[in-house]
Design a protein around this ligand. Structure first.
Ligand code: GUN
Length: 290
């Protein structure tokens, strides 16, 4: 079993981006600028957004974080999005999800200018992805593709099973793994809460990508010997023995599944850092696409 080390791979990507930023500056070009909007006080969301901002500093990007209260109205949030769409200094921005219940996430996603949508969530970017046209790919699926690519994982002709059909991960992941590309050409099965005999399906997977949001849901009996397993889940579980008061678990029961795998992503240090690296790559792309 070999780890698909997202932390190490994302560090390599960040070094590559930092070099590119130096080149841009030497050419007298603008410093890339990523903005992030966070609404409310969700601890996990704050951790993720802070990691994104910190990574901007590491690679030499400018970054701006807008922290808005839980009580903000949908109209005021849409006005903020509009302001960022029209701010020429900002190359790309994200609105961290989830949003409070009184705000319609779809409305917000639609309001982001497709040319600044470095999360790749806007229907225009999703549609372009479906057609194989230049676009911003959603950061988590794109990060997984990059990780599989950098580890030279053979995907052509393989059976890939994706567990979970979210708009952010599962659904776009199934599209990317089935397209005609270096990482792709899989026979993809997209599974969800209504899938019958899930364990039988997951056991057929040469490549198993798990993004359903349930801690340690995938157990050893659901995985084929020699499979490549990618765990997108990340859950904070209370643990008094930790200084932070919690431990992090994925959607895969790592200790029992890992020995069966050819490759597996750890949690933390697998998909999470790759998502952030992809976001940085998308921000560079935003400048190229201008
Ligand atoms: N919430 C969970 N993942 C993401 C992500 O990739 N982008 C945004 N904006 N919100 C998220």
């Amino acid at each position: 079993m070999e780890l698909l080390d997202g932390k190490k791979t994302s560090s390599e990507i960040k070094e590559e981006i930092a070099k590119k930023v130096i080149q841009l500056k030497e050419q007298g070009k603008k410093t890339p600028h990523l903005a992030a909007v966070i609404v409310g006080n969700d601890g996990a969301s704050r951790t993720y957004v802070n990691a994104k901002v910190k990574t901007c500093e590491k690679v030499g990007f400018n970054s701006t974080l807008f922290e808005l209260p839980d009580s903000i109205s949908e109209a005021d949030l849409l006005a903020k999005v509009d302001e960022l769409n029209n701010d020429d200094d900002i190359d790309g921005f994200i609105v961290q999800l989830p949003l409070p219940d009184h705000i319609d996430e779809h409305k917000v996603t639609l309001a982001v200018s497709p040319s600044k949508d470095v999360d790749g969530f806007h229907p225009e970017n999703i549609g372009r992805m479906m057609l194989g046209l230049p676009c911003f790919l959603p950061a988590t699926p794109a990060g997984i593709v990059e990780l599989l690519d950098r580890y030279n994982i053979e995907t052509s002709g393989k059976d890939c099973v994706v567990v979970g059909r979210s708009n952010i991960v599962g659904t776009p992941m199934s599209v990317l793994m089935s397209r005609n590309a270096k990482v792709g050409n899989c026979t993809v099965t997209l599974t969800h809460s209504r899938t019958k005999n899930l364990a039988e399906v997951t056991k057929r997977a040469d490549i198993l990508i798990v993004a359903l949001g349930k801690p340690e849901f995938i157990t050893a009996d659901m995985v084929k010997d020699g499979a490549v397993v990618v765990d997108v889940g990340i859950h904070r579980i209370a643990d008094d023995s930790k200084k932070s008061g919690f431990k992090l678990l994925g959607d895969v029961k790592f200790d029992e599944v890992a020995p069966k795998c050819s490759y597996i992503t750890p949690v933390p240090g697998g998909v999470g850092p790759m998502t952030i690296a992809s976001l940085m790559l998308n921000t560079l792309k935003a400048i190229d696409m201008k």
